[in-house]
Ligand binder design. Sequence first.
Ligand code: HPA
Ligand code: ZN
Length: 343
Amino acid sequence: MGLQDARTELETFITGLPKAELHLHIEGSLEPELMFALARRNGLELPFKTVEDVRAAYNFSNLQDFLNIYYAGAQVLRTEEDFRDLTVAYFDRAAADGVLHAEIFFDPQTHTDRGIPFAVVAEGILGGMAEAQARHGITSKLILCFLRHLDEDAAFATFRMAEPWLDRIAGVGLDSSERGHPPGKFARVFAAAGEAGLKRVAHAGEEGPAAYVWEALNTLHIDRLDHGNHALDDETLVERLVATQMTLTVCPLSNVRLCVVPEIGAHPIDTMLAKGLRATVNSDDPAYFGGYIGENFKAVALGRQLSREQLVTLARNSFLGAFLDDPTRQDYLRRLDAYAQKG
Ligand code: HPA
Ligand code: ZN
């Protein structure tokens, strides 16, 4: 078989691989084309003339560089229909990438702080999730993220706003600027979320140190760790994550674009697997980082020469780490096993 044929075969295997996406910011799936369409629909001016101009601006040196553009882009989202269209567009892409289940983040404060009611945001996204299930059979859950560059009182205010929707929100998360905003800042609101029966996740160890991962474990009592790259700097921490089978939602193309790793060929995804960490592959903000979940799998598969067995392990980890009920989890795992056996 030629090199090109082998590559096509690998890509086909990855596309068909049943998988779950566990780290996706819905606002980060806003493609420039939709950004222009929504700006037009809402009578807004964008500081860019063309889609190419927008893409050319996506040249980041760190997390904050990206966040500035990401928050600016989100301003075109105004109506329930906007949030619904955004969500449906993401799930169309996910379905084409073999995603059976997705747990997606949203950042309510990005919208409520500019006067968009929480109800508009939540109903739009939940409506899009329901439509995706009807269209593609994809199951999904919603995770409310607090912006860590704001204070805990603001997080509490957001949590109170979310109260009427808590039966349709699976968990809370923590995102935005990591450095200088340790997880402990949100200990009380995470405790309240836990008491309300919600799952807890947090971004930690993306740009921040291993100490922030410890804090997310011991102070926020997280059920899943988003990113976690810097956990590798601390062997005792790795042992703890392995012993508890904590799921890490790793985002390879994001890591390259935000300079968390120097290049895809240096990505530690296989090191994580070799250490026994329950690592998964996810897309983070695919419209900004150059690819959806399938592209992330392909990038690490080629960049790190992963075996099919390793790819299946990554997909299995995604179902093991999802907040699914047991029968659904078993059903998805059986579908994965059947695919791995015939593939
Ligand atoms: N890190 C922190 N905050 C974020 C990210 C991320 O990767 N994406 C969207 N908000
Ligand atoms: Zn993220």
